[in-house]
Design a protein around this ligand. Structure first.
Ligand SMILES: [Zn+2]
Length: 156
């Protein structure tokens, strides 16, 4: 099930999504109309199935046609997997920040880290250095950086 909260901050609508995007998630009903600018917080998206993915693209393509401005922030790893698999998943929206999976090479601890798209772009698509919370040793991106940061190539 998909949970949606909406807050109006000045001219921007902040939409927070959490849960599962599947055939049960009626985006038109749950998100509804948006003002000219929207920030979509995708931190809580846990799963997107193929039906949900199609509905997602339909919903955001409509916003794109209506010339609404929207951006995605704090995108979950699940969101990023879709983005890197389906080129028009963001429908012209900017992905401002996103989570990336990290793994510690020394102790095997796993975690995810919030990254800012612009920072990664300026650092030549390299994952930043992150210290393990458990042992303090460096952690590595638990994905191929070329794949995981692929979406940055199509940034407007
Ligand atoms: Zn460690």
């Amino acid at each position: 099930m998909l949970n949606v909260t909406k807050d109006q901050i000045g001219t921007t609508t902040l939409v927070k999504l959490s849960g599962v995007i599947d055939e049960e998630a009626d985006l038109n009903k749950l998100i509804g109309n948006l003002t000219s600018e929207a920030t979509i917080d995708c931190m809580g998206i846990e799963r997107i199935n193929s039906v949900g993915c199609k509905a997602w693209i339909r919903f955001f393509q409509k916003l794109q046609v209506e010339k609404k401005r929207f951006k995605f922030v704090a995108c979950s790893v699940v969101f990023m997997e879709q983005t890197n698999m389906i080129s028009n998943f963001a429908c012209g929206g900017t992905i401002e920040s996103f989570y990336a999976p990290f793994i510690c090479v020394s102790c095997g601890a796993e975690g995810s880290q919030l990254l800012v798209s612009e920072d990664i772009g300026t650092k030549g698509y390299q994952a930043p250095l992150i210290s393990c919370l458990k042992c303090g040793k460096p952690m590595e991106l638990d994905a191929d950086p070329e794949d995981y940061f692929y979406f940055l190539n199509s940034r407007p």
